[in-house]
Design a protein around this ligand. Structure first.
Ligand SMILES: [Zn+2]
Length: 222
């Protein structure tokens, strides 16, 4: 069993936040199959591989919360070195395979293009359609930040990706990077309805009392 290790950050029993993913922190869930949530920025594959190796973890599954570069950049690399099955939402496919780029806001399109310039379209082994169960992990569609964004619910913890930003200043994802803010707010309300005990996101420290904090956030627009 994994114990607290300097290479990874223990959030809760069986739940870890990795530190080597680049801009966005991947998470590791010791679910039915050790599962990596998001795959880091382009070029971060070897660093994430070392981090998992230092913790002596063999992942069997990678779940991509959405198709932004800092979440999918090292997916192919990690798939190749671990043999893990890569899962992503069907609704996110146009962003992941880039067929939907032309329909995205210009600033977003330029960002994706610049950051993924040298990265191939990642291989997805399993497309998830709507709410789903992956072993002991619940997949919760949370569109808004991107059209097919998903969050994960495991053991009372929400792994939010970019559905919101945890940390001392708990908040919505930056409007500049959020494709549909109203839809993103409905998704945050859906996550509140799950009454989570904790939450962690890609761009901020984990929080406890997540239901209370989500309620306070939702109250700012309700
Ligand atoms: Zn994002």
């Amino acid at each position: 069993m994994l114990t607290h290790n300097r290479a990874v950050d223990l959030i809760a029993p069986g739940l870890f936040r990795l530190t080597r993913g680049g801009f966005a922190a991947p998470h590791l869930v010791m679910a039915d199959v050790p599962t990596l949530v998001d795959a880091g920025a382009p070029g971060r594959g070897p660093a994430i591989e070392r981090e998992l190796g230092a913790a002596d973890i063999n992942i069997g599954r990678i779940v991509l919360t959405h198709g932004d570069p800092d979440h999918i950049g090292a997916s192919d690399y990690l798939r190749a070195v671990t043999g893990a099955e890569v899962c992503a939402a069907l609704a996110e496919r146009p962003l992941i395979d880039r067929s939907g780029w032309p329909a995205m806001p210009l600033r977003r399109r330029l960002l994706e293009r610049a950051l993924l310039r040298e990265t191939a379209v990642p291989t997805i082994d399993r497309w998830i359609d709507g709410p789903a169960v992956l072993g002991s992990i619940d997949v919760v569609p949370t569109p808004g930040h991107t059209p097919g964004h998903i969050a994960l619910n495991w053991n009372g913890w929400i792994l939010a990706g970019d559905a919101f930003v945890t940390g001392e200043r708990f908040r919505e994802s930056l409007w500049f990077f959020t494709i549909d803010r109203e839809t993103a707010r409905r998704s945050i309300e859906a996550l509140l309805a799950l009454a989570p005990r904790g939450a962690s996101s890609s761009h901020g420290r984990p929080i406890d009392r997540a239901t209370e904090r989500l309620q306070a956030l939702v109250d700012t627009w309700r």
